[in-house]
Design a protein around this ligand. Structure first.
Ligand code: HSE
Length: 441
């Protein structure tokens, strides 16, 4: 005989909420078989009852207030799809956890900002707080880190965590188009968040990275400590230059144990064209996890969109229906350590430097000397990196500037910043240099 059904309260009926209702209905029997019990919707909640959602909600109890739904006795699992780190989302999740009700959420901002406190509440109440959809939607990376790799010590987690940015960079390269032009297209296709700055400024990636860092390194989420650079300064010229040097540019979020603190950084990154992550194109996401026993593994899939998000939400519901309950960040909340930040100036790695050097004797030699003075060794240097760019002539006709692209061997960020400051002060360049970090993945 089947166990009693698991009863859900669903708050937030946007595209994701409506798709969840549709899929729970469409896959009812299959899910029943997987859980050994049926999954029922006990109540739904949204701000505007009259709005058309393309799904019949007439059979479900309607709630205007998510907190009331979250504390409704008949609800076993409160599914929060409202979004935002404060307001109704936070209030209703806290109410559910306080009432001893399991929570499933897709809310990255809530977890990245208040994750430690919510984890403590969930564990104190003895309920699950599941959030697979909050990071990279359909890719089950939370489960991989929390369960599949529970026996490992992680050394680095890095990934393409924002579909909008990956789409823009991919199209810029494939179609040789400039940033602004492709951003407008990504917005028209509905990939970008309502405020595209959240995507292209790297903030969406930072939220997801803060959650991954906690899962990988057993630290309390520290969103405010993520170093963030977005993709707005990446030019078609950079993309062409690095292509000649054997690289592709991706916006990566990287969390790395340096042995002297943990780096959390989001920035445009050169990855070798021969690495698997370089081939992850369009709006796809991918995450590479490096662990002591498991070695390196890469997960790739759809990181945005209603159906991929719902895929993750349902997997969280199924876990609860099957009786599964894990420490929220894979480690008991009381055992999560305070995040120890590794300083960016101490970051070690290779660098690409794009410059516009004055085309006059000694300019390139001066640039090379500034690098050598910081013990920075150059792996490659190309002048006139872009065949379409023969260099610019100043209005007075006297000084031309010429594109120069450098790739360094491994060095550290303090040395690079000092060398670039010297190059700028020496007057060898016509524009501020453009530095992009290289990641060996
Ligand atoms: N705007 C996000 C992206 C999707 O482009 O990946 C949700 O996190």
């Amino acid at each position: 005989m089947m166990a009693p059904p698991l009863k859900l309260g669903i708050a937030g009926l946007g595209t994701v909420g409506a798709e969840l209702v549709r899929l729970l209905r469409a896959n009812r029997d299959q899910l029943g078989g997987r859980c050994g019990r049926l999954i029922h919707i006990a109540g739904v909640c949204a701000r505007d009852r009259g709005r058309g959602r393309g799904v019949d909600l007439s059979g479900y109890a309607w709630f205007d207030d998510p907190v009331t739904l979250a504390t409704e006795r008949k609800v076993d699992v409160f599914v929060e799809l409202i979004g935002g780190e404060e307001g109704a989302a936070r209030a209703s999740v806290e109410a559910a956890l306080g009432a001893g009700t399991h929570v499933v959420t897709a809310n990255k901002a809530l977890l990245a900002t208040h994750g430690a406190a919510l984890a403590a509440m969930a564990e104190q109440s003895g309920v699950a707080l599941n959030y697979e959809a909050a990071v990279a939607a359909a890719i089950p990376v939370v489960k991989v880190l929390r369960e599949g790799l529970a026996g490992n010590r992680m050394t680095r987690v890095s990934g393409i965590l924002n579909g909008t940015c990956n789409y823009i960079l991919t199209v810029m390269e494939r179609e040789q188009r400039e940033f602004d032009d492709v951003l407008a297209e990504a917005q028209a296709l509905g990939y970008a968040e309502a405020d595209p700055e959240f995507d292209i400024g790297g903030h969406d990636t930072a939220h997801k990275l803060a959650i991954l860092t906690s899962l990988a390194f057993a630290t309390r989420p520290a969103l405010g400590d993520v170093y963030i650079e977005g993709i707005t300064k990446v030019t078609l010229h950079d993309i062409r230059a690095v292509d000649q040097l054997g690289y592709r540019i991706k916006l990566l979020g990287v969390a790395q144990d340096t042995g002297n603190g943990i780096e959390q950084r989001v920035h445009p990154t050169l990855v070798s064209k021969s690495s698997p992550i370089a081939d992850v194109g369009g709006a796809f996401n991918a995450i590479v996890i490096e662990a002591d026993a498991a070695g390196s593994l890469m997960l790739e899939g759809q990181g945005a969109g209603a159906a991929p998000t719902v895929s993750a939400v349902i997997s969280d519901i199924v876990d609860i229906a099957c009786g599964g309950k894990r420490a929220v960040f894979g480690t008991q909340a009381s055992d999560l350590a305070t995040y120890q930040r590794a300083r960016m100036r101490a970051h070690e790695g290779g660098y690409y430097i794009g410059l516009k050097a004055h085309d006059r004797p000694g300019a390139v030699a001066g640039i090379a000397k500034a690098m050598a003075d910081q013990s920075i060794s150059l792996e490659s240097i190309i002048q006139r990196a872009d065949p379409d760019e023969a260099g610019d002539v100043a209005p007075d006709g006297e000084s031309r500037s010429m594109p120069v692209a450098l790739v360094t061997h491994e060095t550290n960020e303090a040395a690079i910043r000092t060398a670039l400051e010297t190059i700028r002060a020496d007057g060898h360049i016509a524009e501020p240099p453009h530095m992009i970090r290289i990641e060996q993945i």
